[in-house]
Design a protein around this ligand. Structure first.
Ligand SMILES: O=C(O)C(=O)C[C@]1(C(=O)O)C=C[C@@H](O)C=C1
Length: 129
């Protein structure tokens, strides 16, 4: 339950909440189970993002060494159309798919530029160095 009417957006749902409000115990238990699935999805999403950025870094090296610019608008137009279509098929608001695309492609281009500035060395992106 909300602690006060003004902070209804923030309810920490945990065992303390369940103990204090036994009438919502079923909802708390269900939310807990759903959170496990959310955590699994987040783990998969982070692993996929890691693979995507490792892959785009390889593209960045090839582009830098070949003298190609970081951005390819024709490829991006294809990605926009494709992700819009597959989002609708998947039951996802295409605006969310576009926000995702914009985020990953913008970050990939920044990294392409950093690699190019480093003369094609992807080591410049090594966050663990
Ligand atoms: O496919 C490329 O040319 C890339 O550099 C990869 C990528 C992407 O992140 O998907 C990034 C920048 C380009 O403008 C288009 C696509």
């Amino acid at each position: 339950m909300s602690e006060t009417s003004s902070d209804w957006q923030k309810t920490t749902i945990d065992s303390a909440q369940a103990a204090a409000h036994p009438e919502t115990a079923q909802a708390v238990a269900r939310i807990k189970a759903l959170r496990q699935t959310i955590d699994n999805i987040d783990s998969a999403a982070i692993a996929l993002l890691a693979e995507r950025f490792k892959t785009t870094s390889q593209v960045g090296v090839l582009k830098a060494n070949a003298g190609f610019a970081p951005e390819d608008t024709k490829r991006e137009d294809y990605q926009i159309e494709r992700l819009h279509r597959i989002a609708i098929d998947a039951g996802l608001d295409p605006e969310i798919a576009e926000m995702y695309r914009e985020f990953v492609v913008t970050e990939a281009k920044k990294r392409h530029q950093r690699i190019a500035d480093a003369g094609g060395d992807p080591g410049v992106l090594d966050v663990f160095a």
